[in-house]
Design a protein. Structure first.
Length: 305
């Protein structure tokens, strides 16, 4: 894995992405369900992201369901040659808008084929196996090795270029690597949450990209939000936010930009995929790629978790 001066990251042969990408989870309606509030704005956000230099879009066919992938195809197809679209399988939505594990080999094949059709591609750049047990969904009954082995088979058949894992433990990462190469892991990590520190360390040792989901603490770093409604233990404290704001102020940056700059500076293998349906928030997020924190500031922010 090679870190370039322009903040690109080479994940594998033929797979290089910008370290600051875009996550499509917020493109559909509330709760990642149904059509967007404004269809035209959703398309404009995607197109503007690419104009701003984004070369890594993270999505899934269970966002909507189908809505995010349909929007990506409508906005960007035919795709720029350097655009990498990563997707996730192993989950389906139910009529109550829940997120349910669906990682049986046959269901994974169906999900991969659905992603291919919706995105208008002959082969998917990067496919993550989404695994439960990280507090966002319950794991399914299918053995992990059986599920990942099914994706490895689809890779051998040419439907997938590269494989990744999402919501996994360090043990599961090691188990998967015995089956097929893993080029990226997508786990929760942000300036106030280091619960995946051991997985990040394993990725660093193996030269595997670590893609942070919820890099902005599921939106809780946006000023003006009512943090009293956040799940217990999830919301940052006033003291944490004040310390973040103090650092941001010295750079003339926002707390969001500073948190993203911290994430990219925290490890040479980290990638961020902040999502938004707001053109203004998109511009703010992408501008974080130009912010370089000093070693002292990174060390001080490290202590906020």
């Amino acid at each position: 894995m090679t870190v370039h001066a322009d903040r690109d990251l080479r994940l594998a042969d033929g797979l290089t992405v910008g370290r600051l990408g875009y996550g499509a989870m917020q493109l559909p309606g509330a709760g990642s369900w149904g059509p967007p509030q404004d269809h035209g704005t959703a398309l404009a956000v995607l197109r503007r992201a690419v104009e701003l230099g984004v070369t890594h879009i993270d999505t899934s066919d269970f966002y909507g369901p189908h809505v995010a992938n349909d929007l990506i195809r409508e906005a960007l197809h035919p795709y720029p040659g350097d655009l990498v679209i990563a997707t996730k399988v192993g989950v389906v939505r139910d009529e109550w808008r829940g997120w349910n594990a669906a990682a049986e080999p046959e269901r994974l094949r169906e999900q991969v084929e659905e992603n291919l059709v919706r995105l208008g591609r002959d082969r998917l750049d990067l496919v993550y196996l989404r695994v439960g047990g990280d507090g966002l969904m319950f794991p399914g009954d299918t053995p992990f090795a059986e599920s990942f082995g099914a994706l490895a088979d689809l890779r051998r058949r040419g439907l997938i270029r590269h494989l990744g894992l999402s919501g996994v433990t360090a043990g599961q990462l090691a188990e998967a690597r015995e089956i097929a190469p893993v080029v990226a892991v997508q786990n929760r990590l942000h300036i106030f949450d280091r619960s995946s520190a051991d997985v990040l360390s394993a990725c660093e040792a193996a030269g595997i990209a670590f893609v942070s989901y919820f890099p902005l603490a599921a939106g809780m770093l946006r000023p003006g939000l009512d943090l009293s409604q956040a799940p217990p233990g999830m919301a940052p404290s006033p003291e944490q936010l004040a310390a973040l704001d103090e650092t941001a102020g010295r750079y003339g940056a926002t707390r969001v930009q500073t948190a993203l700059a911290w994430l990219l500076g925290h490890s040479p293998v980290t990638l961020a995929i902040p999502g938004t349906s707001s053109p203004a928030h998109l511009e703010e997020n992408i501008a974080a790629a130009r912010l370089s924190l000093t070693g002292d500031d990174l060390a001080a922010l490290d202590k906020l978790a």
